[in-house]
Design a protein around this ligand. Structure first.
Ligand code: NAD
Length: 275
């Protein structure tokens, strides 16, 4: 018996990093998962690994920022698995620059992927959630659904070189707060996890191992300056950056029945580090 038996989850950006571990954890706990990433290949890999471990998953590839994606993502869950219980807005990347060098394209790319795309996915889920809740009330059942939006300590305390990312990650906290109030009546717990330093390709040291990633035809350099990385790690009370598995654990906590009376919260998952 898993803690998420019978649940259906959609996890954006689950081909790699934290999102992949969230999808694997959900599936290991019995949820059926819609896996998404920009390209089909990493998403197919996550889905194959879930199936190899005895779970159930389906892929919905494409950019969360693309026109029509939100309806396709929600529709895949409802059409393939007959429901939607958990929504995790995780997909994203960084595109850093000091403000005098930051282009409008850089600014809007971060707002689009970290704030507008989650908004559209949640809006697309609204008709299903309202209808399902109505049927459950009529049947005399109280069923909780879960939304977990992914923010960052940069969205809570700011980060130099990340005016675009910090703004978007602060914005998603606002979306979380508003929707917790709006969707309480439908028994949806809407929460946020704000990560500190989690070791993924997004935070690899720029000088050596961080790749330039391709996002919708653009080559974007992600990663953290190695000197900044050493400083950051010294500031983490638990003494190191987190693993993607540890990061997934924070999202999972919000998706268990034990969190049914928790909504509108932002949980910092950063080894004790606060900006
Ligand atoms: N790693 C950290 O320290 C850290 C800290 C704070 C917040 N976060 C947030 O956690 C989330 C996951 O990051 P990660 O560290 O696992 O990075 P990652 O690069 O390892 O994984 C992110 C995944 O999202 C996908 N993605 C990016 N843009 C997408 C789009 N438009 N549509 C669909 N998929 C897309 C990528 O292809 C990638 O597979 C992001 O929202 C990130 O901002 C990470």
């Amino acid at each position: 018996m898993g803690t998420l038996d019978g649940k259906v989850a959609i996890v954006s950006g689950s081909g790699r990093g934290i999102g992949r571990e969230i999808a694997l954890k959900f599936a290991a706990e019995g949820a059926r998962v819609v896996v998404n990433d920009l390209d089909a290949e990493p998403a197919e890999q996550t889905a194959a690994d879930i199936k190899a471990a005895g779970g159930d998953a389906v892929v919905c590839a494409g950019s969360v920022s693309a026109d029509g994606f939100a309806d396709r993502f929600v529709g895949t869950a409802v059409e393939t698995f007959g429901g939607l219980d958990i929504i995790v807005n995780n997909a994203g990347y960084t595109w850093d620059n000091v403000i005098q060098k930051m282009t409008d394209e850089q600014w809007y790319a971060m707002i689009d992927v970290h704030m507008t795309a989650p908004f559209r996915i949640l809006r697309a889920a609204a008709p299903f959630i309202r209808q399902a809740n109505k049927a459950e009330i009529e049947a005399g059942r109280e069923v909780f659904r879960k939304v977990v939006n992914i923010s960052s300590v940069a969205g809570l305390g700011g980060n130099a070189g990340q005016a675009n990312y910090s703004a978007a990650k602060a914005g998603i906290v606002g979306v979380t707060l508003a929707l917790a109030k709006e969707w309480g009546r439908y028994k949806v717990n809407v929460n946020c996890v704000a990560y500190g330093l989690i070791k993924t390709r997004l935070t690899a040291a720029t000088a050596d191992e961080a790749p330039a990633i391709e996002v919708e035809g653009k080559q974007i350099q992600v990663g953290v300056n190695p000197d900044l990385m050493k400083t950051l790690e010294r500031m983490i009370p638990l003494g190191r950056g987190g693993t993607p598995e540890e990061a997934a654990g924070a999202v999972y906590l919000f998706c268990t029945s034990e969190s049914n009376y928790i909504s509108g919260q932002t949980l910092v998952c950063g080894g004790g580090f606060m900006m």
